[in-house]
Write a protein that binds this ligand. Structure first.
Ligand SMILES: N[C@@H](CCC(=O)N[C@@H](CS)C(=O)NCC(=O)O)C(=O)O
Length: 178
C-alpha cells in the first residue's frame, strides 16, 4: 500500500495533530509527515487541497480518483486500524488471533477503550476551552466549575485504567489508542 501522508499542525499546540501522529508512531506505521502553520496564509493551499473542514490532522494517500482522505482524528484511528496494522488498536491483540480477539475479555477491553476515546473526542469541552494545549507553557489559572468537573472525570478515568491494568493486564500497561 502507498505510504500515507499525515498533515499536521505544531505538536506543541495542536493536540489533535499530536494524537494522530502518536497513534501512527505507536503502531509502527510508515508515513510521511507534513507540518503546516495553522492560521497562517501559507497553510491555505494545503488545507484547500486536502481538508474539507480546513482542520488538521488529515491523512492522505493515493492519487486522483484513488485518493483516500481522512480528515478527523477518530476517523484516522479507525482507518489505521482497518487498513494499516495487524494489531487491533483498541485491545493490542494480534488480529490473526481470532479466538483471543473474539473473547469476552477482548470485547470488554475494546468497548472500554473505544468509549474513553469517544468521550475524549466529543466531550471534555470545559477543560479544552480553558486549558488549550501548550506543552511548554506554565500558567496559573482559575478553572471554572465546568473545567473542574472535566479534570475530576479525567482523574477517574486514569485511576480506573490503572486499577484495571494491575488486575487484567490491559490499558495503560501497554501502549494503547486511548
Ligand atoms: N474533531 C477534529 C478537530 C480538529 C481540530 O480542531 N484541529 C485544529 C488543530 S488542533 C485545527 O485544525 N484548527 C484550525 C482551525 O480551526 O482553523 C479532529 O478530531 O480532527
Amino acid at each position: 500500500m502507498e505510504k500515507p501522508l499525515l498533515i499536521i499542525g505544531n505538536k506543541n499546540y495542536s493536540s489533535w495533530s499530536l494524537r494522530a501522529w502518536l497513534l501512527l508512531k505507536a503502531f509502527d506505521i510508515d508515513f510521511d509527515e507534513q507540518l503546516i502553520e495553522l492560521f497562517h496564509p501559507s497553510a491555505r493551499p494545503t488545507l484547500e487541497a486536502h481538508s474539507p473542514t480546513g482542520k488538521v490532522p488529515i491523512l492522505v494517500y493515493g492519487e486522483k480518483d484513488n485518493k483516500v482522505t481522512v480528515w478527523d482524528t477518530l476517523a484516522i484511528a479507525m482507518h489505521v486500524n482497518e487498513y494499516f496494522t495487524d494489531i487491533d488498536i483498541w485491545t493490542g491483540i494480534d488480529k490473526s488471533n481470532a479466538e483471543k480477539r473474539n473473547s469476552n475479555q477482548s470485547r470488554i477491553n475494546s468497548a472500554y477503550c473505544q468509549s474513553i476515546v469517544a468521550e475524549m473526542h466529543s466531550g471534555l469541552t470545559g477543560i479544552r476551552n480553558e486549558m488549550p494545549m501548550n506543552i511548554r507553557a506554565t500558567a496559573k489559572i482559575q478553572p471554572s466549575s465546568a473545567c473542574l468537573v472535566d479534570i475530576a472525570r479525567i482523574e477517574d478515568i486514569f485511576a480506573d485504567c490503572l486499577k484495571k491494568s494491575l488486575s487484567r493486564q490491559f490499558l495503560i500497561r501497554r501502549f494503547h489508542s486511548s
